[in-house]
Design a protein around this ligand. Structure first.
Ligand SMILES: *[C@@H]1O[C@H](CO)[C@@H](O)[C@H](O)[C@H]1NC(C)=O
Ligand SMILES: *[C@@H]1O[C@H](CO)[C@@H](O)[C@H](O)[C@H]1NC(C)=O
Ligand SMILES: *[C@@H]1O[C@H](CO)[C@@H](O)[C@H](O)[C@H]1NC(C)=O
Ligand SMILES: *[C@@H]1O[C@H](CO)[C@@H](O)[C@H](O)[C@H]1NC(C)=O
Ligand SMILES: *[C@@H]1O[C@H](CO)[C@@H](O)[C@H](O)[C@H]1NC(C)=O
Ligand SMILES: *[C@@H]1O[C@H](CO)[C@@H](O)[C@H](O)[C@H]1NC(C)=O
Ligand SMILES: *[C@@H]1O[C@H](CO)[C@@H](O)[C@H](O)[C@H]1NC(C)=O
Length: 698
């Protein structure tokens, strides 16, 4: 997160259009809110006498999903759930956070009936604020142009006020060491030179040294400081638009434009339910979380086609991005992107054939604008089958006469993708389903560095700690972290699971043999020590501290030969944890970033790892605070929280736009199936030869 400077394009859809679309399938209880429903929710909240104060602004409107036992009963029948009726009608409710009269109001709205109605209302009394709205930011962006001290600062820098644009930055939380402004909802603003004729890269040209404080409820600038003048970096060489960088163009041509699927797509989408190969799951949308994957189950064809549960609900709970520059204009850069800006609200329209391949299908999302009216987020989710030339399993046999043969099965996967552009950064967020039974969650970072202007043009001139890398003349790419925290409510073959650490420990060979064999010259080996986590304190793991396989198992389900059925966690790169001091304010807000793995008992209201009110949160309502209760997690309905973490030291190649870098977590069956579930996969038939000419010389 840096400067969300660019005005957000907002498309309002009429309820009539949305209704026509929604009548094509019957609702699943986890379906995201439709435009019609959002319109009805708005009407109900505005009609409610409980909050007479006006104006009233909507900050969050999302599905308040039915209770888990009821959803399980709906999806899988009553076997593993509390309710018993197969004809059950589940409540359809929304949860709303609105601001009015200087307070944050929470509403639960019933939308099951023809007419929505408010079921409950509460005022949030604790610390923190709801997400910014698009309108908060757009209105604030207009303020500096008529604020005389700012106009003067811009003039001092030899610029015209019409050449600059300012963005709203959350100010974090720094206790009593930061002005309270009487508890007002305040943010900071910083500015850049905006001249799209000169460059699209507005982040490369900061107006350094100037910071404003804005009261977002009063919509007024209430604090201002122009500390020092720095050179504005030049525009040349900063652009990344194709028509500005070329021709000539270099490198290989664009990716193959054609994906051959002679038998058509291998997956089916019914409303929000997806079926592909041995997988079935539900894809939802939320303005804060972005994509929500629910009710993922895998078909065990070796067990007579049994549908076996893997994931109840999975989504990105927070993206925490602290910058490592403690100076005046930068210390507060400690963003919680989901809770402050909203991942769904900032999801980008996917570019066909570039963000997703030619064989992708797309889904829209709807969220509420600050006036409560539905906003369509078009083509923000894509699904596609991926074959990238990888092998699912293989073997070449070479022993014995006539024994030379190979068996190979290609690895085809299904990807669910969203790209979230939070100001300068772009996060590609994938859930990749594999036929082996794995779900791989992948975070890929691209976009533009948050840059600081400085007077230096060469590394040799630098005498002090600049808190970043000189990446081009007059420009520092500031050191920072990205912590992407997932809420993964795994339900391995049922609701009650345990968290297991298979600790991998080195051993000395003592020569003592239970089986009576002769002593051997081996000095050492490693073995596995099985450990069940009893309480939350034991569910917190820094995976870099000691080697261990971490598993979610179902202790009441065993394979035929007696192993507990389970799924293990396979982190792939990006396992950084926070290096901030425990008593530093941003660390108190995001104290869960000291460990990648946390396991908590399921609790419907514990969704947002930085708290429901993450904006200026104080850490009193975060994952670490909940976990202090040290609840039992053994043979319970438990949730995995996993943080993909990167320390980002910028390098020159990250400029003017960063090539993608990724981190991932795969959850993979481990004694879940009786054997390799792909053993009966058919080998590929006469795969057509590529008819492409070589080197584009045709
Ligand atoms: C829904 O509620 C509104 C406001 O209370 C009312 O004007 C309208 O007639 C109601 N519609 C139905 C179908 O009940
Ligand atoms: C950008 O270019 C357009 C078209 O040439 C011109 O109308 C506009 O004034 C230019 N803007 C700036 C800020 O120079
Ligand atoms: C940076 O350079 C500008 C232009 O030469 C000068 O006005 C300014 O004082 C310098 N700033 C610092 C902090 O040295
Ligand atoms: C599982 O897959 C098999 C083979 O494709 C199919 O016959 C069966 O109906 C599937 N089971 C479920 C529960 O979908
Ligand atoms: C669920 O979590 C909330 C927030 O942490 C807490 O107030 C509530 O007591 C929890 N409920 C249970 C049953 O633990
Ligand atoms: C958590 O509970 C367990 C079992 O009661 C206890 O042994 C452990 O000390 C507790 N840990 C913390 C941090 O409270
Ligand atoms: C592909 O190329 C191989 C080797 O040249 C050839 O034997 C085979 O018939 C070709 N297959 C198709 C489907 O064209």
């Amino acid at each position: 997160m840096g400067h969300p400077v660019v005005a957000v394009a907002i498309v309002f859809v009429s309820a009539a259009i949305a209704m026509a679309a929604s009548s094509q399938y019957s609702h699943h209880p986890l379906d995201p809110l439709t435009a019609t429903e959002i319109t009805a929710i708005r009407a109900a909240v505005l009609a409610s006498p409980l909050v007479p104060a006006r104006p009233l602004f909507f900050h969050y409107v999302g599905l308040d999903e039915p209770d888990k036992p009821d959803v399980l009963s709906y999806a899988y029948g009553a076997a593993d759930a509390a309710a018993t009726s197969s004809q059950m009608t589940l409540p359809r409710r929304a949860f709303v956070i609105a601001r009015a009269g200087g307070q944050s109001h929470e509403f639960t709205v019933d939308i099951a009936a023809d007419n929505a109605s408010v079921l409950s209302h509460a005022v949030h009394r604790g610390p923190g604020f709801p997400m910014f709205t698009d309108e908060d930011q757009i209105a604030a962006m207009a303020l500096p142009y008529t604020y005389p001290p700012f106009v003067e600062s811009v003039r001092r820098r030899g610029l015209d006020v019409g050449e600059v644009g300012c963005g709203v930055l959350s100010r974090g939380w720094f206790g009593a060491e930061q002005p309270a402004y009487g508890g007002a909802r305040v943010a900071k603003m910083k500015c850049v030179v905006v001249d799209y004729n000169a460059t699209a890269n507005i982040y490369a040209r900061p107006v350094e040294g100037v910071v404003m404080v804005v009261d977002l409820d009063r919509m007024a600038i209430i604090g201002y400081r122009d500390r020092a003048v720095f050179m504005v970096p030049k525009a040349e060489g900063t652009d990344y638009r194709a028509d500005k960088v070329g021709p000539p163009f270099t490198g290989p041509a664009a990716p193959p434009g054609v994906v051959v699927q002679p038998d058509g797509r291998g997956f089916h989408v019914h409303g929000h339910l997806v079926k592909w190969a041995n997988w079935e799951f539900h894809v939802g949308f939320d303005m804060r979380a972005g994509t929500v994957i629910s009710l993922a189950s895998v078909n065990d064809t070796d067990a007579g086609g049994l549908k076996r549960r893997v994931l109840y609900r999975g989504f990105v709970s927070e993206i925490f991005v602290p910058y490592m520059d403690p100076e005046e204009e930068w210390y507060f850069h400690t963003f919680t992107d989901a809770g402050e800006y909203g991942l769904g609200a900032l999801a980008s329209q996917l570019q066909r054939g570039a963000d997703c391949p030619a064989n992708a299908v797309y889904m829209d999302g709807y969220y509420a604008g600050s006036d409560g009216k539905p906003v369509k987020a078009e083509d923000v989710i894509c699904l596609f089958e991926r074959y990238a030339g990888d092998v699912a399993w293989r073997h070449t046999n070479g022993i014995g006469l006539g024994g030379l043969f190979s068996e190979v099965r290609p690895d085809v996967t299904l990807v669910v993708r969203m790209v979230v552009t939070v100001g300068n950064y772009d996060y590609t967020l994938d859930s990749e389903f594999k036929t082996v039974g794995s779900i791989k969650i992948v975070v890929s970072l691209s976009g533009i560095l948050d840059m600081k202007a400085i007077n230096y043009t060469h590394v040799d001139q630098i005498r002090e700690d600049t808190h970043g890398t000189l990446i081009t003349e007059n420009t520092i790419g500031v050191y920072h972290d990205h912590f992407v925290t997932y809420h993964l409510d795994l339900d391995i073959d049922g609701t009650r699971n345990s968290f297991i650490k298979n600790n991998i420990v080195p051993k000395r060979n003592t020569g003592v043999r239970a089986t009576g064999g002769a002593p051997t010259p081996r000095r050492s080996y490693w073995t596995v020590l099985y450990e069940v986590a009893e309480t939350e304190a034991e569910g917190q793991v820094n995976i870099n501290s000691a080697p261990a396989d971490l598993l979610f198992v179902n202790p009441s389900k065993k394979t035929k030969i007696g192993n507990e059925v389970g799924y293990r966690l396979i982190p792939t790169g990006a396992t950084a944890t926070s290096l901030l001091a425990d008593d530093d304010y941003p660390e108190r807000r995001a104290s869960y970033t000291k460990k990648q793995v946390w396991v908590t008992p399921y609790n419907k209201s514990e969704k947002w790892t930085s708290g429901l009110y993450a904006e200026q949160s104080t850490g009193d309502d975060n994952l670490a605070a909940w976990s202090k209760r040290n609840r039992s997690i053994k043979d319970e309905d438990i949730v995995l929280w996993y943080t993909v973490g990167l320390h980002h030291v910028p390098y020159q190649e990250d400029f003017p736009v960063m090539p993608t870098i990724s981190g991932a977590l795969e959850v993979r069956p481990s004694n879940f199936f009786e054997r390799n579930p792909l053993i009966r996969t058919k080998p590929p038939e006469n795969s057509p030869n590529c008819s492409c000419s070589i080197g584009g010389s045709a």
